[in-house]
Design a protein around this ligand. Structure first.
Ligand code: 2NE
Length: 270
């Protein structure tokens, strides 16, 4: 039974239940296109889910059956980028992509209908994608005068391969759920009526597992493609685990007790 935490948000709905947080883009009248406010609210909800110790999995989705997300709202795109309600140019969806990647909890994209343009990149940067049989995937950038040369290009190529990624971007075609599954873009396809149940089942299964192992695995997967920032994440988890050892704690204790540390009692394994 989802508990509603949407109060204060205009462009999204935010729910929690049984260790799962669900962030829903709530702009169905524009196929869940995001504007600067939408991105800001998604960032706030994701930060809340990260810091809520009861939450172990985050689901990202779109309101209704017609679209997960259709990317940047072209109607608020000015001559130097997207405009917020005060007229300031910014979007910050790239910040949101990095936030999804660096969230130490698995993020699952639950896709019904279109995942298009910047909305397609959003599902791409999630850990897993569960799609309904009506889902359609694709990029439109070169058609509407835009492109995502970050995760949208290089990370996509690491998933589907260089040839396919170039086809997706250069031709701006749409792919159905089965085609997306066949090229490794998504994890599974289910009937639309089963989409939420299946996503919750996957989430429950993940919640049975070690949070620290999942956290380390996520940063390890990221490290392979995220360069120095990815290594930093993985290393941060190594430090976290070192803090949990007696050897790490001896250094802190010695400092606090104003004595020399005694590291000799710890073995130097080959
Ligand atoms: C998503 C798609 C394929 C859906 O088609 P359909 O036929 O189901 O719906 P329709 O009639 O096209 O759209 C329904 C309403 O939603 C609006 C439409 O304009 C329409 O409203 P009215 O004109 O009837 O008032 N709508 C849909 N998508 C919108 C959008 N992105 N912005 C503003 N209004 C939108 C079809 O609608 C479609 O192809 N949409 C455009 C997809 C697109 O090109 N997105 C932007 C890509 S660029 C990007 O996202 C990006 C980036 O490349 C780099 C950085 C950040 C963002």
């Amino acid at each position: 039974q989802w508990q509603d935490h949407s109060s204060g948000y205009e462009d999204i709905c935010y729910h929690k239940a049984e260790g799962i947080a669900k962030i829903t883009i709530n702009r169905p009248e524009v196929r869940n296109a995001f504007r600067p406010r939408t991105v800001m609210e998604m960032q706030q909800a994701l930060a809340d889910a990260r810091f809520d110790a009861q939450i172990g999995v985050v689901i990202l989705t779109g309101q209704g059956d017609l679209a997960f997300c259709s990317g940047g709202d072209q109607k608020v795109r000015g001559d130097s980028g997207y405009k917020d309600e005060s007229g300031t140019h910014h979007l910050n969806v790239l910040d949101l992509q990095r936030q999804i990647r660096s969230c130490p909890k698995p993020v699952i994209a639950m896709v019904a209908g279109y995942a298009i343009g910047g909305g397609h990149v959003l599902h791409l940067v999630c850990d897993l994608t569960i799609a309904a049989d009506n889902a359609r995937f694709g990029q439109t950038g070169p058609r509407v005068g835009s492109f995502d040369g970050g995760f949208g290009a290089s990370f996509m190529a690491s998933i589907v391969g260089q040839k396919k990624a170039r086809e997706i971007w250069y031709l701006c075609r749409q792919y159905d759920a089965q085609q997306a599954l066949d090229m490794g873009l998504i994890n599974t396809v289910v009937p639309l009526s089963d989409l939420e149940k299946e996503t919750v089942d996957w989430s429950r299964r993940i919640l049975e597992h070690s949070p620290l192992a999942l956290r380390a695995l996520k940063s390890a997967f990221n490290a392979g493609v995220d360069g120095q920032a990815g290594i930093q994440e993985l290393a941060g988890n190594a430090t976290l685990m070192f803090y949990m050892t007696e050897e790490g704690q001896e250094g802190r204790n010695a400092y606090v007790e104003k004595r020399n540390p005694d590291f000799n009692r710890f073995t130097r394994n080959p």
